[in-house]
Design a protein around this ligand. Structure first.
Ligand code: MN3
Length: 200
């Protein structure tokens, strides 16, 4: 199934001032689009063009680095746009997510601190995650285009810590970007949908 660049689910300026239209224009129109174009070329060359995106991510991991990086990033960004919304974030979480965070991660404040620490602690480019593994929530971090799918887990929330995601708005202040992501941008309804799918 050929990769296609999805439209952003909101206007380019919808997340301002926490994430600017300029950041989204570069990040979505240039960076994500490049993963789509290159991913299609490499999936075709590898004879994997007919597989689902998740299958391509899993099958190329460890065997075809070029394809894996682009397919992984395509998967990550499709969800990343949906993990954010205007007036998102904050402490009012859907009930099931709140109880899972309480029982598996020690409550919201610890979840927030641990997700920021994972994002800050990811050396160089990568992602910080909330994922479901063996039925329980876990905070994870991965380098480059990697994601929890290749570690036997299902991602339900991810934050891009590549510099292209925050340098225009925050320069080198990655912690400030992570705080704004959690406090002002997370689309918890989308996280809830992915949690339902990963636990049912
Ligand atoms: Mn990115």
């Amino acid at each position: 199934m050929a990769f296609t660049l999805p439209e952003l689910p909101y206007a380019y300026d919808a997340l301002a001032p926490y994430m600017s239209a300029e950041t989204l224009e570069f990040h979505h129109d240039k960076h994500h689009n490049a993963y789509v174009v290159k991913g299609n070329e490499l999936a075709e060359a590898a004879g994997m063009a007919d597989l689902s995106l998740e299958e391509i991510v899993k099958q190329s991991f460890g065997s075809n680095a070029g394809l894996f990086n682009n397919a992984g990033q395509h998967y990550n960004h499709i969800h990343f746009w949906n993990w954010m919304k205007k007036d998102g974030g904050g402490t009012k979480l859907p009930g099931k997510i709140q109880s899972a965070i309480d029982s598996d991660l020690g409550g919201y404040d610890k979840f927030r601190a641990d997700l920021i620490a994972a994002g800050v602690g990811q050396f160089g480019s990568g992602w910080a995650w909330l994922a479901v593994k063996d039925g329980k929530l876990e905070i994870m971090k991965t380098p480059n285009g990697e994601n929890p799918l290749v570690h036997g887990a299902s991602p339900i929330l991810g934050v891009d810590v590549w510099e292209h995601s925050y340098y225009i708005d925050y320069r080198n202040a990655r912690p400030k970007y992570l705080e704004a992501f959690i406090d002002n941008m997370i689309n918890w309804e989308y996280v809830e949908q992915m949690h339902e799918a990963a636990t049912s």
